[in-house]
Structures are given as C-alpha cells and as structure tokens.
Design a protein around this ligand. Structure first.
Ligand SMILES: *Cc1c(COP(=O)(O)O)cnc(C)c1O
Length: 434
C-alpha cells in the first residue's frame, strides 16, 4: 500500500519510505491510500478472538502487501507481549487498561511496533544507522526509548522539556544508555516538537544523516494503536454487549483518537467517540465552533496531554474530507480542570475502589458527561497511576505501591545533555553525539 501526504504536494511513497521518513517533504502527515474494510464475519465472531489474533488481522489488512506475513505476525506478537484488559469500573463504564507494557503507558504499543518495523526495514536494506528523533511530554520518550533499546542500526534522541516531566518518566529515558540519548531542553514540549520538525526541514542535516521521527506522526506508531480498539470491543462482545458502544479517549496529539477513528472506518461497529481534553482544549473548541486555533500549551497534572497544537489534527481533517459536520457527528469533546481530574481520582477510588491516573481520569469524566444511559462506555486508561505517584497520592491521601518494573528505572543513574531551545545548538549536539 502507498502513503500520501495530508498536504497533497509531495509524491506518494511506499510504507518503507513513510516509516523511515516520518514526515512528508511538504510537512504533511502520511496517510494510507486506502483504508481496508474488514469482513463482516470478523466482527460477528470477534468475541471469540484474542488480542494477538485480532491485531494480526488488522496489521495484515494495512501492512500485508509490504511485509511478509510470518515477519509481520512476529512483529505483532513481539509488540504485544502484555495484555490489554477491559475492566468494569461502574455500571455501563469500563476501563481499557493500556498500561501493562514495559513503561506502563499505552505508547508502548505504537513504540514497540514501530521499533520492530523500522528495524526490519533497516536490516532488509542494510542501510546506514537511522537516527530516530522523538519529542516527548513524558510518556512517548520512555515508550520509544525502551521500545528501541538495543535495536541494531538505530540511535534514538529523546528531546524533553526540562523540569516538566515526572521523575519516574524522566528516569525511563535518561538511564538507559546504549543507543538512547536524552536531550534536556530548556523549554516546553511544543519547543521540543518544533526542534524536531526543524531538523527534518534542515537540508544539511538530512544530507549528513538518516533522520526519522517516532512521534505519533509516524504511521508505524499511530496505526498499530487501532489494534486495541478492536480488542476492547471484542471484550464487550464476549459479554454480549455489541450495540451502542462508545469510546472516550484522553487526547493530546490526537494520535490515539485518530487510530480509533481508523478502526471505525475499517468497520468496527462503535457508535461514536468522545475526546477528553485537559485545559489544553483546542480540539474541543474546534468540535464546538468549527474554528481551530492552536496556541501554546499550559501545564496540567495530565501532562502527556499538554499539547497546544495537536499534530494529528491534520489526519482527522483529511479522514473526514475537512467536513466539520462529519467530524462533530462522530466525536464530541469535553474539557476538565486539574481540580476536576483530582476529584475524579478521589471519587472513583472511594466509590468503586478503582485507581485512575490523571489521563484516564480525564477520559472517565468525559464519559460520565457524554454517555447516554443506553450506551456502554469504554474509557482508555492510558497510564498506570503509579507513574503519577505524587498527584495520585495527594488525591486519595494514601501511599500507593510502585510496580516492580517501574521502580527499577529509578535506581539507575540519570544521564542527559542540557540544551537551550535553539536550533543551532540542537543541530550541533545531534552531529556531535551521532
Ligand atoms: C500521550 C498520552 C496521551 C495523549 O495521547 P495522544 O495520542 O497524543 O492524543 C494520553 N495519556 C497518556 C498517558 C499519554 O502518554
């Protein structure tokens, strides 16, 4: 399958090129030329299938022409070496727990898949080392760094805003060493993202090295996220619930939500989506008014959603032919303050003995607000609450346990390169550290 740019002024490319390049030369985002519709029998039977079977079916539909089936099946199984259970929280409200992977956040799925797919392409072509650039507001960096750790032919540069990620998040990408380099930027997440974008536009740098992105703009990262929407639905179908299913997605760069919209386009019989925003709510504003006004992000306790200019917005526009009417028919949006998120964590813990992280809490709130009584609602629990230990503990006034795998990161020594938010300095560092 070929991939075209959302800006429509770059040539179409193969999957390999789309994955290796990340961003199209006209600054657009790559989209698959067609979105395969899965057969009806697949949906009739879906309750019988497990995560790997479902993910392989979806993966083959997109990538089957470009990667041999045994290899693709292997990539899928290696990626999903953890479960994604659906847990009932209240009547009609379920959490899709996406945090059982190695870095305890949903980005493990996309990052692990992309690392394996990119490594396949690099090895197949015996290509020079590829440099992966990734800007992170917290969880992307850890998922990408761990997903790529020790993978041959690839060096990863993680750019993160100094002082704006939690200690645990920081430890997950600054302590790894090997082929992982952490760049600590004196700025915001948007500054980090802007530096990455500038690097891709810099001719000299691109002549010197093979650069690619592992942000959710990369098709190999965002498309695999559709796997678990099917699996979430399957787990409800197994219980005999298959109509009026709605999904609430805690949204930042909109990569996760876009993958859900792709799943719907592939035939997944979900009714509609809810986009949950924190105070960075440019997408909710767009849904409401049809006007899109990106602006600098503000800091919240759901910091992985602190995005003022969501990169996958272009993909959503493209998917719906730029029709605000069509988009707002499928998606409604809500926003919540830090105080509302905190009181949801407290309330749900008290009422249902279920511990939310701030991102999942935001999606839970949006579901509570937007769900009709007849609907079965799933919210995406995108991170383990222990990743936001201090915040969560202050809500429930109780200490929580850190899972073993998470605590292990904290014992290692931090290694990062501090940099100003300045392209020339960043470029020099990239060259020196390559
Ligand atoms: C990245 C992230 C989000 C936002 O996902 P997008 O795909 O950027 O919209 C939500 N929750 C957590 C925990 C995250 O790490």
């Amino acid at each position: 399958m070929n991939y075209y740019s959302t800006n429509q002024s770059a040539p179409v490319v193969s999957l390999r090129e789309a994955v290796v390049k990340g961003l199209a030369p006209d600054k657009g985002l790559y989209m698959p030329e067609s979105i395969p519709h899965l057969p009806e029998v697949f949906f009739d039977e879906i309750g019988r299938f497990g995560l790997i079977t479902i993910a392989r079916t979806v993966a083959r539909a997109f990538f089957g022409e470009d990667i041999p089936q045994t290899k693709l099946d292997e990539i899928v199984a290696d990626t999903l070496n953890f479960d994604i259970p659906l847990v009932k929280v209240e009547d009609g409200i379920y959490a899709l727990e996406l945090f059982h992977g190695p870095t305890f956040a949903f980005k493990d799925v996309g990052a692990r898949f992309m690392a394996r797919m990119l490594s396949y392409f690099v090895q197949e072509q015996r290509q020079e080392e590829v440099k992966v650039l990734v800007a992170t507001s917290g969880d992307t960096g850890s998922a990408v760094a761990n997903g790529f750790l020790g993978v041959k032919g690839i060096r990863v540069f993680v750019l993160y805003p100094s002082g704006k990620v939690s200690d645990i998040q920081e430890a997950q990408f600054t302590t790894l060493g090997k082929n992982i380099v952490a760049l600590e930027i004196d700025g915001t997440f948007d500054d980090c993202q802007a530096l990455v974008k500038s690097a891709f536009m810099d001719e000299e740098l691109n002549l010197q090295m093979n650069l690619t992105s592992a942000n959710s703009i990369n098709v190999a990262r965002f498309l695999p996220q559709s796997f678990y929407y099917f699996y979430a639905y399957a787990q409800l179908a197994r219980q005999g619930i298959s109509t009026d299913v709605i999904l609430s997605v805690p949204s930042g760069n909109l990569g996760n939500l876009t993958a859900g919209l792709f799943a719907k386009r592939m035939g997944l019989p979900v009714k509609r989506f809810i986009a949950a925003n924190n105070r960075n709510d440019v997408f909710r504003e767009y849904l409401q008014s049809g006007k899109y006004t990106p602006r600098p992000s503000v800091q919240t306790i759901a910091n992985a959603m602190d995005v003022g200019s969501p990169s996958n917005f272009e993909r959503i526009l493209n998917l719906y032919g730029h029709s605000h009417e069509a988009i707002s028919k499928d998606i409604s949006g809500y926003r919540f303050s830090d105080e509302e998120i905190q009181s949801a964590i407290k309330g749900v813990y008290k009422g249902s003995n279920y511990l939310l992280d701030p991102h999942g809490a935001c999606a839970y709130l949006a579901l509570k607000k937007g769900r009709k009584a007849s609907e079965a609602g799933i919210f995406l629990a995108t991170a383990h609450p222990a990743k936001f230990k201090e915040t969560v503990e202050s809500c429930i006034a109780k200490e929580i346990e850190i899972p073993k795998g998470l605590g292990a990161f904290m014992k290692q020594k931090k290694q990062s390169y501090p940099l100003p938010r300045n392209f020339a300095a960043f470029k020099k560092a990239l060259i020196n550290l390559s």
